[in-house]
Design a protein around this ligand. Sequence first.
Ligand SMILES: NC(=[NH2+])NCCC[C@H](N)C(=O)O
Length: 572
Amino acid sequence: MDLENVLTDRLAPAFATVAGVPVDPVVRRSQRADFQSDAALALARRLGRPPRDIAAEVLEQAELADVCSRAEVSGPGFLNLTVADQALAGLVAALAVDRRLGVPVAVEPETVVVDYSAPNVAKEMHVGHLRSTVIGDAAARLLEWLGHRVLRANHLGDWGTPFGMLIEHLADLGEAEAAQELSMGDLDTFYKAARAKFDADEAFAERSRLRVVALQGGDPVTLRLWRLLVEQSERYFMTVYDLLDVTLSERDFHGESSYNGLLGPVVEELDRLRLLRESDGAACVFPPGSVGRDGEPLPLIVRKSDGGYGYAATDLAAIRRRTGALGATRLLYVVGLPQRRHFEMVYAVAAQAGWLAPPARAEHVGFGSILGSDGRMLRSRAGGSVKLVGLLEEAITRATALARERNPELGEAEAAEVGRAVGIGAIKYADLSNDRNRDYVLDWERMLSLDGNTAPYLQYAYSRIGSIFRRAGVAARPDAAVSLAEPAERALAFELVGFGRVVGEVADNLEFHNLAGYLYRLAAAFSTFYERCPVLRADEPVRESRLVLCDLTARVLRQGLHLLGIRTPERM
Ligand SMILES: NC(=[NH2+])NCCC[C@H](N)C(=O)O
């Protein structure tokens, strides 16, 4: 299906014959022709022969006649390949009748756990959780579409010492009052009030410490109050997920507390394996390769000196359960880059303990920060962290106003619908179109613009194609003959047949900016095509062929955006 593969298959045997050993022809898109292979250059050094001779001999050997209209040696020994119009048209025609748009289902489906979102109970979701939620959801959607069994794990922060003060504060407020405050999504007020009392009032702090003990000891009243906090918070997080259009459901909450019963056995097993060492009263593992700046080995603390288990122990228990009982072979952790070291150490210890052994592997899908226009960490005017819902509501308000302005014909309900799809789409796309390993600046004007690499641009491209069909009252015939003569048609066709390759690569590296960049190139290629090549006014059979190109572009845009979790309104 994929041109790089077809050309590689044709060139590889020829290279092998010339070299006497297998050679990867490294076929890639090129400015000079459609594709190029530079493998003769590296080979020349090994064989001690002029690269141009090698390239010429490869061309003699390779069977390219049905795929390439031109194949020539150029420069110091490059192979320049021009794909035959007919071969390209054949691929487009095959794509048109393919429901999966050239993206095969995984040959070996895996069970994949995607650990993402993971906010903390009774604490506001902040922009860091936005990135985790958006990137993790794209990963879950993509891997699911490829046929993998995806388990979404929302590793909710629902346990630990802060719950002492939170429960005491809840008890002080009264349950009804507290529930009211929490269900309104006022988590920050609640958390900060608890914190302030804890810091200022020694008696409250003491009660809080006793509460932690009661919680860990399973005191029924304390547990009931704790559950109230968790339930109210979960309910609130679900409203955020609904607004954000993410696929997380109530069933995906697997909070830290759900591993409590597994922490003892984890530590016992580490002990049995003689991996535990005591350090300042804490039970630690020193995984090989983890050293601090001073060159000293770094400990992963599995049991604190007070006997409590922490964040790392919970993550170890989670790995053990995920590769064990859940049978997962790929574990993804969509968590900010500051936690990189934590995960490296957790994976190393899990490997030592035999809980993370091939084919199972874990990947930290890290990400940078969202910055404000001043280039510093995004902060609210008051200097606090930015409340996520506030951000989402602002996006929807701005996008709805723009939708009304851009298209006064939209009815009230439709404008609201479009505003939501565009506003949320813009936020998600701004995130996913940036290299996740870098920080990026949140820029309203830019992300909502109809020009450039933005969600609105792609959504608009999609809706415009729909309007071509609606205006003419026609539909594309997927089995129509495809012919490609104009350069703009060819350029569009190359993008269309490239979808499968991009999706395959992104499934491996989870660098969604590559999928976003691809969709942007596709939309731009369509726009050039539509400017230069009349569609409805063309004569048959060209008209039918061009309708297929339009329809395929719309389908790939819709599917691509869907994988990013972005809606495609039919009109906007
Ligand atoms: N398995 C994990 N540790 N997942 C990430 C948890 C993120 C954590 N709750 C936080 O807000 O920073």
